[in-house]
Design a protein around this ligand. Sequence first.
Ligand code: SDX
Length: 427
Amino acid sequence: MSKDILSITDSRTGKSYELDVTDGNIRAKDLRQIKVNDDEFGMMSYDPSFENTASCKSSVTFIDGDKGILRYRGYPIEQLAEKSTQLEVSKLLIDGELPNKVDLDKWISDVKEFNSVPKEIENIITSFPKNSHPMGVLISAIAALGTFYPNSKEISDEEENYKNICRLMAQVPILAAYFYRHSQGLPIVPPDNSMSYSENFLNMLFQGDEKKLNPVLVDAMDTLLILHADHEQNCSASVMRNTGSSEPDPYSAVASATAALYGPLHGGANEAVLEMLTNEIKTVDNIPEFLEKVQKKEALLMGFGHRVYKSYDPRAKYIKKAADSVFEITGTNPLLDIALELESIALSEDYFIQRNLYPNVDFYSGLIYQSMGIPTPMFTVLFTIGRTPGWLAQWKEFLNDKDQKIARPRQIYTGYDSRDYVELSSR
Ligand code: SDX
C-alpha cells in the first residue's frame, strides 16, 4: 500500500520535499530538511502555546471539541459519572482498563494502606498563616511530601512508582483537608479507612456535621472528582509530562502540575467564577453591563470558553445535573439564578456565539462547592484532588513511551546579534 506523503515545494529554492504522513500528521522534525543553505538548522514550525502541536501519542483520554465528547480510555464521561467511582475511574485512567472486583478491592486497599501523612507534614501545613491561599500550601506540601519518600526518585522501578501513585492518591486529599481545618482554627481530623474515598475526604473537612456529610453530597463530591479526573493534554497535564521528562520524583511533578492548575485561566477559574458572580456582577440586573465590559475586552467571562471544546463542555452539563441533587439538600445557591441568566444571555449574543464560548467545567462547579460549605479558595484544591489520577496516568504513559525524552522546545531568536560589553561609565 502506497505511503501517504505530503509534498512541499520551497519557493525560496525551488526544491521539493516529501514528508511522510502518519495517521494524518507529519513529524515536525521532518521539516528540518527544508533549508536554503546547508549550514542552516533547518525549518521549524512556529506554534506559540502549542495550539496545533501534538506533544505526544496518548490513549488515556479522548476529546472531540466540536461534538462535545469526552471519554476516559474509551468510556463516555456521562456513563462513568453515572455508574463509577473516583477510585475506580482512577484505576481505569492509570492502568487502562476497568478493574474486576479483585483488582478494584486490591487498588482500594493499597490506597488505604497509605492513607496517612508523616507527622512532620502536619507541622509544615499548620506552620502556614491561616489566611494563606490553600493552593500555595498544597503546592508546597505535595513537594515536601516527596522528601519523606526518597526512593520515589527511582522512577524506573515500577513497584516504587505504584507505591507513590497510591500515596499521592491517598495523601493529596489529606494535605488539603489538614490545611482547611488549620485555616478554620479547627483540630485536624485524621483519615478514616472505614469510609469511601470521597466520604473520608468530606469527613476530614466536616467531621460531625451530619448535613455536610449527607450521602447525597458525598455522591456529588465523588461525581465531581470523576468529572475532573483527566482532560488529555491540558496545561497542567503538559506540565506534569514536561516536569516528568527530566525524571524527578512524581511528587515534584505533581507539585508543578498543581502550580499550573492554580492559574485563573485553568483550574483557578472555578474560584474566579465565584468572585465574578459575587463581586463583579452581584445581581441579574448587572449582567448586561458586565457582558458589555467583556465585549470591550475589559473582562473575561470566567467559566466560559475552552481551547478544545467549541461546543458545550460535556462536564458542565453533568455538573449542572449534580447541582440539582446538592441543592435539594443544601437549598439553592442564590448565585445560581445569576449564573443561569448569565449563561442564557451569553449564549444568545453574537460575541459569544461567533467565538464558540460556552460554559466549561468551571462555570457551575464552584456553586456546588459553595453550597456544600467549602470556601471559595478551596475550589481549585478540589480540582487538584480530582485531577491527580489524570496527571499520574499521563506521567506513567510518558515514562513508558519510547518516543519521549526530556522536553526541550526550540525558539525563533529575535534578539540582538553579537555586541561588545559597554563599561558602566559609558552607558
Ligand atoms: C480549564 O485545556 C483544558 O482541557 C482545560 C480544562 C481541563 O479540564 O483541564 O478544561 C480546565 O482550564 C477550563 C477553562 C477554565 N478557564 C476559564 O474559564 C477562564 C476563561 N476562559 C478563557 O480564558 C479562555 O476561554 C481559555 C483560556 C479557557 C481558552 O482560551 P483560548 O483557547 O486561548 O482562546 P482565545 O484566548 O484564543 O479566545 C478566542 C477569542 C478571543 O477573542 P478575539 O481575540 O477572537 O476577539 O475568544 C475570546 C478571546 O478574547 N475569549 C473570551 C473568553 N474566552 C475566549 N472572551 C471573554 N471571556 C472568555 N472567557
